[in-house]
Ligand binder design. Sequence first.
Ligand SMILES: [Zn+2]
Length: 664
Amino acid sequence: MPALSLPDFGLDLGPELEAGMAEHRAEIEAIAAGPWPPTFADTIEALERAGGRLHLAERLFEDTSGSRSTPAVRELEAEMLPRLAAHRDAVGLDPRIFARIADLVARRHELELDAEQACVLDRYHRDLVRAGVALDPAGQARLREVNARLAALTAQFRRNLHEETAALAVRVEKAAELDGLSEPMIDAAARAADHDGFVLKLSLPSNQPALEHLHDRGLRERLWRASVARGRRGGEHDNRATVAEIAALRAERAGLLGFGSHAEYAIADQTAGSVGAVVELLATVGAAASTAARAEAERHTAALFADGHSGPLEPWDWPYYAARERRARHAVDEARLAQFFVLDRVIGDGLFAVAEALYGLVFVARHDLLTPDPDVGVWAVTDADGGDRGLLYIDPFAHDGKQGGAWMGSYADPAPLVGRLPLVYVTLNIERPADGAPALMSPLDVRILFHEFGHALHMLLSDVAYPRVAGINVASDVVEFPSKLHESLAVRPDVIARYASHHATGEPLAEADVAALNAYVRDGAPYISTQGTANALLDQAWHGLAPGETVAPDAVDAFEAAVLERHGLALPAVGLNCHSTFFMHVFAGPYPGTHYSYSWAAVLEAIALQWLDEQGGLTRANGQRLREAFLSRGAVVDPIDAVRAITGREPSVGPMLERRGLAG
Ligand SMILES: [Zn+2]
């Protein structure tokens, strides 16, 4: 049985990464020099076994960069990220390894591979071809230069964004200006100020939660303008030249590899079909959402005038009036609601109860295990029969050095082949409670936690032997399917009843509140879907550049405006909440050319939710079907075929638009 090998949080990461790369190089050298003809075991299996030390060091480094960043860590990033990229190229482009894999592919029918082995062989072959191994020496040399430069630019993008996010935090002198903010938000703003006054820190990616609450229109405007100014106001941390160069280099690389654009290159490895199919999906959602948003804007404009303000409705007004309308419609008060969501209960009676009901998983707190920080909790995860599935870490609180937002990561990917269990972590940014007070979560925090937990389950439930095609190592446009599905389960009345009760009185959440939380998807859809499709179309535009096509740094704003104009999404009161200069997901994150994945996953999610409702909800039988057909299978099955098999439905945009109340 695979054993747990615990991460060493005290490692000196610089030397460890060096040692990991050296070991990996030696392992690759041994594989490359192996006997001929190659076998599946001495090539593919050996490649899968190689690089274990580097894998663990890189994962610790990622977690440190994301959650415990310091100037020293950022320096290490600047030094190591380009070198790690060069290492990947040296390994990925080794012609001797490619020759072995190409030979196996040519003889695949005589190798008697099972489905997993065929999948991992095919994956290695495609990875190498996509990494440029088939290029001539001049092409490969240029590719290496491009990759090294891109790695440096990505690190620079992050550094600039980090500096800008800190520098543009909004100072507020008088408490009265913060009218409307909840007690915990005011406390956080007071703590963020060194001595007197308050500081509203900017959060990533883009939506500033305080905008929903601040009565002071002038302060709302300052906060919005600060948020959207990041990286595009001149000065040494301007990211416009960075993003223009990143996009141009990605286009050049796509051209070297025989594609018409980076988006074509990226989407060729996905499940949504083609650039055309993606743009059509986004245009359909964008048209439905912006039509609804125009109608909604009229209501908010009327409310703005009724408050005695003059028009027009501005982007800093929208979140405020939308929240007010939502509260009035459902008579909900989010500050009051937060009293019902206690972190420990959301985890134990929410997340873990759902995972037990659907998949039979059991979670046991392990107070004896080391964590990277005293706030981090860790649980051993087992199947109902006691079989080990791995560890889950949850890192809940916002603190200095932690990037904003929430994410799932892993210290180790699932790899039964090498006896490795997944060590998965979920990172959140909820406000740390005052001493002795319970840690309370907003309804949004709760949904985010369930979302990231969905990613974690995709790792913990993996039964694929080969790490390269296990867990979340699937086409990136289906990665968000399990997370969105579990996020939606968070507010099901039968789930919420288990974990939501008042922290002091124990009183359960009222039915009307549960209904209000379920209406959230529809209430927010016109705005969120308009912005979401605008962001995804902006990603398609940047990564739709042909090789040789460039955007001048001072034309970045105009480039963005043209994208909105072209797709009818230029609603002045919505605005672009994610300008290129702080669009982390595509310029320094995992989604260049594939940001549409959130919409595509929502299409899959909507049909899965329909199926789940028809089949009786959270039963072990339904969970087993999800687990067997999708969650345990990594990339070994075609994910769209799996969704078809589970639900008996063909993916189409209709159920998603209906779910969001946008179906015309
Ligand atoms: Zn996600």
